[in-house]
Design a protein around this ligand. Structure first.
Ligand SMILES: N[C@@H](CCC(=O)N[C@@H](CS)C(=O)NCC(=O)O)C(=O)O
Length: 120
């Protein structure tokens, strides 16, 4: 079962690399503003998790160089569980300028949030 999971994971990564989505184009100024606002946002994820790939593809489409955090590393896994409440990925950690932090689970909710905030 573990082998099947590993093979499927690698296949998903390969297909994702081959069929990589096109990125939204912004003016340099707009892109800089977007990247500035992304400083408070981190995606806790596993490389080969299909739901994480889905979120990364949406981020690529929206031209969002999201900081990704490997939730398999013990320190990050602990931060995810302590902050978000469960060991599940993808999870988007959003830190507002005010210091308020939101841990958002569910790939569809994360994508909807990114699209609503950055699609235009
Ligand atoms: N409905 C969730 C499913 C997420 C999910 O099942 N993630 C798996 C990895 S692919 C997970 O975190 N499992 C918990 C674990 O591996 O400990 C979503 O769309 O984000």
């Amino acid at each position: 079962m573990k082998v099947v999971r590993i093979v499927l994971g690698q296949l998903i990564l390969l297909l994702n690399a081959i069929f990589s989505p096109k990125s939204l184009k912004r003016s340099d100024e707009d892109q800089q503003e977007v990247e500035e606002s992304l400083k408070g946002i981190k995606l806790y994820q596993f490389d080969a998790c299909p739901f994480c790939v889905k979120v990364r593809r949406a981020a690529k489409r929206l031209n969002l160089p999201l900081q990704t955090i490997d939730a398999k590393q013990a320190e990050h896994e602990e931060a995810l569980i302590n902050g978000g409440g469960k060991r599940k990925v993808p999870c988007l950690r959003i830190e507002e300028a005010s210091g308020d932090v939101t841990w958002m689970y569910e790939s569809n909710d994360i994508i909807a949030y990114l699209e609503q905030r950055y699609a235009n």
